[in-house]
Design a protein around this ligand. Structure first.
Ligand SMILES: Cc1cc2nc3c(=O)[nH]c(=O)nc-3n(C[C@H](O)[C@H](O)[C@H](O)COP(=O)(O)OP(=O)(O)OC[C@H]3O[C@@H](n4cnc5c(N)ncnc54)[C@H](O)[C@@H]3O)c2cc1C
Length: 405
């Protein structure tokens, strides 16, 4: 067998990351080129200011809407892109190279649209009303699962929806809900306990599409976060909120199952954000060690510093491979439970390590928020927590290996 090995050049690697050409079709390459150009032109320049000012930027969101990123997973007949999971991962990865806050804004909207369609695609009137404007980014749908009593034990839902004639009355609270208080925020997909738990077991969970301006809904003050500064996160409170039965999405009592299935594949875009963030750390740290002089020579000529760059590059590559291996399998109908938990766990931990190394390499400058490495460091912290902590991913991996944890 005569195989000619070709190595990607330094510039290819810095532009695109670890070569995964096997994982992409022509449409993915075209989408990456287009969203990458958008990121360099529109996202990167003001990313430091948005983060430092803790400012969600509605104008930037409108521009993102024109790229089609929000509606990637929705069918074309609803104004979406009819694209696959790898396409969403590409968007998440490219945006997170510069601005993780914007990446999570896009991620949550894109997956909420997909969940809505998954739960209620037969409700064409509702879909026609809600999905096209959501795909354009004109209305945001948030995902309301986590409660003040804890997110890891996601089935322990205390927000209750009780039947009242043809309506439901909802009482309870949700915590840390992304995209719930922006000028575009219109709905939350709300997971509520429905009917009793007379037999002592947990009550079944149902999903509802609740308008955020319904009477009795309060969007609480935004959280002062450690990272994702220009994303939008609020608590939500529900006090005798009356919604019609048409707000019920899918089959009563099947909401939790839908949420779990959804949370499984939705781990890949978070892994992709981790890969993008790690790559952003590489770019920034490499630039720094190439221009900074120390002891009479470029910092990058010191072996210790060069090794740290090599480690960041390897971590970024690891996150990338794990992400697209799993996303490819998902797009090809293969099981992905283990892959999703492993990718989310490994990629988010790799991003944190890459951000730590990049800030360390940049010295004092790495502690100043103007530095991309410093922002990546802040933004990395949530990646091992949100959408299932590293511990939860390890529980899932261990269970998949037959352990009774
Ligand atoms: C900025 C931000 C945005 C978010 N956006 C959303 C959103 O849009 N929608 C939404 O529904 N949620 C959202 N979340 C919630 C997020 O998914 C949860 O924070 C996460 O799942 C962890 O839940 P928790 O914070 O309640 O921690 P807990 O579940 O209380 O966990 C605390 C600690 O205990 C550990 N732990 C818990 N159980 C076990 C166990 N059995 N074994 C070992 N360790 C364990 C955890 O790993 C963690 O380290 C967001 C959170 C943040 C911070």
């Amino acid at each position: 067998m005569n195989i000619e090995h070709q190595h990607s050049t330094r510039d290819d690697f810095l532009d695109e990351g670890y070569d995964l050409s096997w994982a992409f079709e022509e449409e993915h390459r075209a989408w990456r080129a287009s969203i990458s150009r958008f990121c360099r032109e529109e996202v990167e320049p003001a990313a430091p200011r948005r983060s430092i000012e803790r400012r969600f930027d509605p104008d930037l969101v409108r521009q993102v809407g024109q790229t089609g990123a929000f509606g990637l997973l929705a069918p074309e007949r609803f104004g979406g892109g009819g694209a696959d999971l790898r396409s969403l991962c590409i968007a998440a990865e490219e945006i997170a190279r510069f601005d993780s806050s914007l990446a999570v804004t896009v991620h949550v909207q894109a997956i909420a649209i997909a969940l809505l369609l998954n739960l209620a695609s037969d409700r064409t009137d509702l879909m026609d009303e809600v999905v096209p404007s959501a795909c354009r980014g004109e209305t945001f749908i948030s995902f309301g699962l986590t409660e003040p009593s804890g997110g890891s034990d996601a089935g322990n839902i205390r927000t209750r929806a009780a039947r009242d004639g043809d309506d439901w009355i909802i009482n309870g609270a949700k915590q840390f809900i992304t995209n719930s208080g922006t000028p575009f925020s219109k709905y939350v997909i709300l997971f509520c306990a429905t009917s009793g738990n007379e037999d002592g077991r947990r009550p079944p969970v149902s999903a509802f599409l609740v308008p955020l301006d319904a009477e009795g809904v309060t969007v609480g003050e935004p959280y002062a976060k450690t990272g994702w500064h220009s994303s939008d996160t609020h608590p939500l409170f529900f006090d005798d909120v009356r919604v019609p039965n048409s707000a019920l999405l899918g089959i009563e009592g099947r909401g939790y199952r839908a949420a779990l299935a959804f949370l499984t594949w939705a781990r890949f875009p978070i892994a992709a954000m981790s890969a993008g963030l790690a790559h952003g750390c590489l770019t920034d740290a490499l630039r720094f060690v190439s221009t900074r002089e120390s002891f009479g020579q470029p910092l990058g000529s010191h072996q210790g510093a060069a090794f740290q760059i090599a480690e960041i590059a390897s971590l970024a590559s690891l996150a990338r491979v794990m992400t697209y291996d799993g996303a490819w399998k998902y797009d090809h109908g293969q099981p992905i439970e283990r892959e999703a938990a492993t990718a989310k766990y490994i990629a988010s931990e790799a991003a944190n390590k890459a951000a730590y190394l990049a800030t360390q390499l940049e010295g004092g400058y790495g502690f100043i928020e103007e530095s991309a490495a410093a922002r990546h460091y802040q933004d990395a912290r949530i990646l091992t927590i949100g959408e299932g902590t590293s511990e939860v991913q390890k529980l899932l991996i261990a269970r998949g290996l037959g352990l009774g944890v």
